[in-house]
Design a protein around this ligand. Structure first.
Ligand code: NAD
Ligand code: DGY
Length: 324
């Protein structure tokens, strides 16, 4: 079969796929114009990769496509409706990255609150304790209130770290109440506005959907405490980035830790990159050696199973299977 691999598939997994299939790996190409990409797409049976925009025009140019296997849990890059209409399976990699992403969210919480990147720069610039004063101090994390928007797999893992590791009070907002969070982490369900008003750390970790697109904007930032730190580990478009910049400029909030941005890669003239109270990461929430390999391996398993005509373990659009 012809396999189109895009952007991020770990090498051992690619090598394994090459034993049974014709595999072409693409990176940094314009997927609407690149002639080699489009020519291979035309005979592609399966796609595996990260963040390929699988929209209607792309799907229309892939007459043999049977399965799209995302190397990610988020699948906002896939037009699920069109894929389902065309009976093309879509899969993702839930669960195996949960703890890694929750660790990264805590990394952002600690980095912003304790100003770790700034102080690292301070030491590396030849400074030490004698010139240190309260203008360099951060703020405590332990015993504070964390508000988690999106209490799913990753949200629960953040709550676990907050409750057991840092004695934090956990409040959450999600589509439905999560008894597990309430029992295990004494988490309290709150409306979005209550959560924004009460949290010292506001952590956004929902999927990007029609409902969550631009969920946090001017009104929401104005409800947060002036001392609040905003953490985004979900997708950049869940936030109105311009409003975040304004909220930081006007000191409506104290800082932000961001793994995701409205446009990725972030443009170098983005004001967020000039702010000391903002810690930025290049969308690496799940990118550890272990977890990237596990994600690629699971994505390859989904792909292979689907191509063999069996139900993949992480099928998103089960209607395709039910229609068989
Ligand atoms: N930064 C990264 O590298 C990285 C890595 C992994 C996942 N993510 C993002 O995190 C998301 C969550 O992953 P997960 O495995 O926890 O997914 P999940 O499906 O287990 O959890 C998502 C939660 O969000 C809630 N939710 C959905 N819509 C909502 C809304 N409108 N308001 C409030 N809550 C809402 C759901 O009820 C669910 O509890 C992914 O979809 C992806 O976008 C980012
Ligand atoms: O959704 C995910 O799994 C990540 O954002 C991919 O890196």
């Amino acid at each position: 079969m012809n396999i189109l691999a895009f952007q991020r598939v770990e090498k051992p997994v690619l090598d394994q796929l090459k034993q049974n299939h014709t595999v072409r790996f693409f990176k940094n190409v314009d997927t609407t114009k690149d002639p080699e990409f489009l020519s291979f797409l035309n005979k592609t049976d399966g796609i595996i990769g990260l963040d390929l925009n699988v929209d209607q025009p792309l799907i229309n140019q892939a007459p043999n496509l049977k399965i799209v296997s995302n190397v990610s849990v988020g699948y906002n890059n896939l037009d699920i409706e069109t894929l389902t209409k065309r009976n093309i399976m879509a899969t993702n990699t839930p669960g195996i990255l949960t703890d890694t992403v929750a660790d990264m969210v805590f990394g952002l919480i600690l980095s912003t609150a304790r100003r770790l990147p700034e102080l690292d720069h301070y030491v590396k610039s030849g400074n030490w304790i004698e010139s240190l004063d309260s203008t360099h101090y951060g703020t405590d994390v332990h015993h504070k209130t964390v508000g988690i928007i999106g209490m799913g797999r990753i949200g629960l893992a953040i709550a676990q770290r907050a409750h057991h590791g840092f004695d934090m009070k956990v409040i959450y907002h999600s589509r439905t109440k999560k008894p597990e969070a309430e029992e295990r982490f004494q988490a309290r369900y709150a409306s979005l506005d209550e959560l924004l008003r009460e949290s010292d750390f506001v952590c956004l970790i929902t999927p990007l959907t029609k409902e969550t697109e631009r969920l946090i904007g001017k009104r929401e930032f104005s409800l947060m405490k002036n001392s609040a730190i905003f953490i985004n580990g979900s997708r950049g478009r869940t936030v109105v980035e311009e409003d975040l910049i304004q909220a930081l400029n006007h000191k409506e909030i104290a800082g932000a830790g961001l793994d995701v941005f409205e446009n990725e890669p972030i443009q170098l003239d983005n004001p967020l990159l000039q702010m000391k109270n903002v810690v930025t990461l290049p969308h690496i929430g799940s990118s550890t050696l272990e977890t990237e390999l596990a994600m690629s391996t699971l994505a390859a398993k989904n792909l292979q199973t689907g191509l063999e005509g069996k139900k993949p373990p992480n099928l998103i659009n089960s209607a395709v299977w039910d229609n068989k």
